[in-house]
Design a binder for this molecule. Sequence first.
Ligand code: NAI
Ligand code: MG
Length: 395
Amino acid sequence: MAKRTIVTMPGDGIGKVVLSEAIRILDAVGFEADYVHADIGWEFWCKEGNPLPQKTLDLLEKHKISLFGAITSKPKSEAALELDPKLQGKGFVYYSPIVGLRQHFKLDICQRPCKTFSGNPLNFIRKGKGDSIEEPEVDVVVFRQNTEGLYGGVEWTNPPDQVYDALMTHQKFKKNFGWSDKKDIAVSTRIFTRKYSERICRAAFEYAKKFGYKRVTLCEKPNVIRETSGMLLAICRKMEKEYEGIWFDYTNIDAQMMWLTKNPETYGIIIAGNMFGDIVSDGFAGLVGGLGFACSANIGDKVAIFEPTHGSAPKYENLDPSIVNPIAMILSTCMMLDHIGETEKAIQIRNAIATVIKEGKVRAYDMLKLRGSQEVLQQGAASTTEMTDAIISSL
Ligand code: NAI
Ligand code: MG
């Protein structure tokens, strides 16, 4: 097979650390690729006024597949203060480059698998009958619509007259908000299109079929948010007929967060809009080890970017040796291998991770439930590199 080219975007802080560890794993499993570095993140905001340089977009456009570490993001006003003085007052406005990437390349399908590794001390446990303790085995993949909804960026404080006038034609708006001064009204829209709603539902059902999941659950709030959640529900209802043997049901996001700890083992594939998907995927991730284990894929028609869901963890960026858990990044890399058809290698890596976790001899500080600091290395925690080394030996 021809050698692949993978665009690597380490970004900021621990993004740089975990991405280089993931590449060591890819080398060890015999995956042959050329890695092309692409700039992204805080440094490029400060220096160039753009955290997502055009040359990075060009590299992604060309090579299509990318591994991303993490970036540091700050609110608009704080960001403005850190901009190179030469660029200040020139109209540069900070925006999150990862949200920018998702929208630019229409990476509309976000997959976030949350699977229990047996032996992980961070696994969720609950009380069973009598004094018994149960450790449910979670195997959930959240399909989050990644580009629309509440994170679509269509919002105003003091909306323009045309927007306000249009809203005033809605009886509910007139009655519930019409009393307020226009300048004191903030509007964040939740817009869904049929095209992208169908795409996320289709991707979820197809995944269930391919990997043998028996249950697909839409996690929204269709009884209250009737138009957008309602559209997803109608699409799922129609689609489920094409998938014999898969049980479709829906839950409300609020109730889902409660049920999360009651019976997480009963869920399979979860579909949700952008914000509810963000919330519910963090909820499930918390049951299987949290940020050190939470991997994800952002998949569009042409481009796909694989990243851990954690951020740049600035607290730990200067620790040498690094202590953060590389597993979330390595599992994201496995998702990339699956995506490009290198499933055998992905299985090998996941098995190696499973073995290391089960043996329990090498554990990152989060798995030992320690407060992160350099001292954890004296308290029995493995460094980032040692964790990777253990996975490589197990390979
Ligand atoms: P964070 O995910 O960077 O860190 C939160 C805490 O989680 C850390 O202090 C650490 O205790 C733990 N943690 C994170 N990754 C870990 C790992 N691999 N192993 C062990 N423990 C880990 O989130 P935070 O502190 O809210 O944000 C820091 C910066 O990252 C911010 O600038 C934020 O905007 C950005 N961010 C970027 C994301 C991305 O690049 N996709 C996602 C989330 C936050
Ligand atoms: Mg989140």
